[in-house]
Design a binder for this molecule. Structure first.
Ligand SMILES: C[S@@+](CC[C@H](N)C(=O)[O-])C[C@H]1O[C@@H](n2cnc3c(N)ncnc32)[C@H](O)[C@@H]1O
Length: 159
């Protein structure tokens, strides 16, 4: 079952973590996918974390160039973005559904973010050696509220 179906099936409000979020494309895409599936904005909240303060600054800005928009249809672009000087600014209605924090996954401060219904971690483990990957996987697994929901890893995040 994919995330949209899982969220729609749930009667409770849903929390989603993107670790790492980089410049925000992934968490914002999740928010748009849920909105497009008819999920009410009050039913979910998304947190993106990343070790890099610069990418988090850009994620909060949510201004993208054409290259970042290639997977989005013209309908989605016109519905959720304002275009000016060849830059695409995400609407406040989507930005408000996602918050961001600068956090190192391995840092003690991670505990403060709490636990989540769904955890996404794509394209971070690829940078780690085997031992660090396993350590990161354990940390990400522990960020889930419920063990039934596996962490969503990317295809490249092989163990
Ligand atoms: C290639 S991006 C992936 C972003 C997004 N998940 C995606 O697939 O588009 C990898 C990100 O991992 C972040 N990162 C690397 N080590 C990290 C750590 N220990 N804690 C948090 N983020 C980390 C980097 O700063 C970078 O922004």
């Amino acid at each position: 079952m994919d995330l949209v179906e899982l969220v729609k099936k749930s009667s409770a409000d849903i929390s989603i973590l993107c670790a790492p979020s980089s410049t925000g494309e992934e968490p914002y895409s999740i928010a748009i996918a849920l909105l497009e599936a008819g999920v009410h904005p009050s039913k979910f909240k998304i947190l993106g974390i990343d070790i890099n303060a610069q990418v988090i600054f850009k994620a909060k800005e949510a201004i993208y160039i054409q290259e970042h928009m290639r997977n989005l249809s013209p309908q989605i672009i016109s519905k959720y973005f304002a275009m000016e000087h060849e830059k695409y600014t995400l609407s406040q209605s989507v930005k408000s559904l996602v918050s961001f924090e600068v956090i190192n996954l391995f840092d003690e401060s991670l505990k403060a973010i709490g636990k989540f219904d769904f955890v996404f971690s794509r394209n971070m483990l690829i940078y780690f050696d085997k031992e660090t990957k396993l350590k990161a996987k354990k940390i990400l697994d522990n960020l889930r509220k419920n063990e039934i929901n596996d962490v969503f890893f990317g295809h490249a995040d092989l163990f």
